[in-house]
Ligand binder design. Structure first.
Ligand SMILES: [Fe+2]
Length: 283
């Protein structure tokens, strides 16, 4: 679709990809209200993730070219979600398909990236492929590592926003709720999940039994955040406080809250060192 083969990501390409995305997603809307609500959720998530990644790129002093590549990654990171929902009517990968790999397949089938020079195209494809993995492959380095980390952070900021909004809508009107609730909603939560969070560990999705476990797991995402500006954004928006508000009020949850908040504040207090040290070797 795009004929030139630039060796850098030009702004006009980003514009064309944005238009392509809107057009692609438009094809998924129809008469099914449940499907429309779910497609809209991911379309809006994508647009906001693009904003978050631009914020991170700015905070981390990335170049203009790197910022544009990052935005294209954010634009395409969940491109597999739409096909996933149409085919399986769920966004739960374990019940359907790995949406990152499906996304990669769609990028290739549609040939949307065909005009992009190989190094940039590979950076985009790898970041899309790895954005939902539990761990990044150990052998990633350089810009491939940088962009893979960036999209994981930008995605987390917006998903935390989405889920807090989602829990609020569900609490306000459970019957009228048009989105998918993956786990049973009740007052229960797993004590093992609480223990792991108190030990500073992330929670694996396979351990989740209830909606409260999912909320606890989402609190634990902070342990997997790569860049301090991500934590600053999460803190500034009070996303963790909002999540805690949807959990039972008791000592366990209080302790988890204290641990998580302490961790976030500690990381923010270390920011200067990190900025001068960890990041500089990756760019
Ligand atoms: Fe995703």
């Amino acid at each position: 679709m795009l004929s030139a083969s630039p060796d850098v990501m030009e702004q006009k390409w980003v514009k064309k990809f944005r238009a392509w995305f809107v057009d692609y997603v438009a094809g998924f809307y129809g008469d099914d209200e449940y499907l429309n609500a779910n497609v809209k959720l991911k379309e809006d998530h994508t647009q906001r993730t693009c904003e978050e990644i631009r914020y991170l790129a700015k905070e981390l002093d990335l170049s203009g070219n790197q910022t544009r590549i990052a935005e294209v990654i954010a634009l395409f990171h969940d491109i597999g979600r739409f096909e996933q929902f149409v085919r399986y009517r769920t966004y739960v990968d374990s019940r359907s398909v790995n949406h990152c790999l499906l996304g990669l397949e769609i990028l290739r089938q549609t040939k949307v990236l065909d005009g992009v020079a190989y190094p940039e195209r590979q950076l985009i494809e790898k970041a899309v492929e790895y954005h939902g993995s539990r761990e990044l492959p150990k052998d990633l380095d350089g810009e491939c590592l940088l962009f893979s980390k960036l999209i994981r952070d930008a995605d987390k900021i917006d998903v935390l926003y989405v889920v807090t909004d989602y829990y609020r809508q569900y609490a306000d009107n459970p019957q009228g709720f048009k989105l998918e609730i993956e786990l049973p909603d009740g007052p229960e939560y797993s004590t093992e999940v609480v223990k792991e969070l108190l030990r500073g560990q992330r929670i694996d999705y396979s351990e989740l039994r209830t909606l409260n476990d999912m909320k606890l797991c989402q609190l634990g995402w902070v342990y997997d955040v790569n860049f301090t500006p991500t934590l600053k954004r999460i803190k500034q928006r009070r996303l963790l406080e909002m999540l805690v508000d949807f959990l039972p009020k008791n000592k366990d949850i209080e302790r988890v809250k204290e641990k998580i908040f302490e961790y976030v504040d500690f990381r923010i207090s270390q920011e200067k060192k990190e900025h001068n040290g960890n990041l500089s070797h990756m760019i």
